[in-house]
Design a protein around this ligand. Structure first.
Ligand code: SF4
Ligand code: F3S
Length: 104
């Protein structure tokens, strides 16, 4: 499976949603997650994210994010259409430690 990581937080560009063939993204206030049981591992979303927030679960640093994606995909609503990025997304793009400050 692929996973969404910290870089998505406060950006939420949603380009990933547009290309996913199985609509397996779920939407929180400040970030999206991928449902690990629904993702077919096609890899199409990974290069589409302007914030480089998407990793394969085998990539370095993905481990803790798999758990989070799994947990919140079960709670948050499905998102199937691209929407506007969050306000000031560019400002938060690339910022470190966004999880502690802004995760929701
Ligand atoms: Fe969707 Fe493919 Fe990305 Fe999985 S890897 S979330 S199936 S686009
Ligand atoms: Fe987030 Fe990137 Fe998708 S910023 S919403 S993972 S395009």
């Amino acid at each position: 499976t692929y996973v969404v990581t910290e870089s998505c937080i406060k950006c939420k560009y949603t380009d990933c949603v547009e290309v996913c063939p199985v609509d397996c993204f779920y939407e929180g206030e400040n970030m999206l997650v991928i449902h690990p049981d629904e993702c077919i591992d096609c890899g199409v979303c990974e290069p589409e994210c302007p914030a480089d927030a998407i990793l394969a679960d085998t990539d370095q640093g993905a481990e803790t994010w798999l758990e989070l994606n799994s947990k919140f995909a079960a709670k948050w609503p499905n998102i199937i259409q691209q929407s506007e990025a969050l306000a000031n997304a560019e400002e938060y793009d690339g910022m470190e430690n966004k999880f502690d400050k802004y995760f929701s």
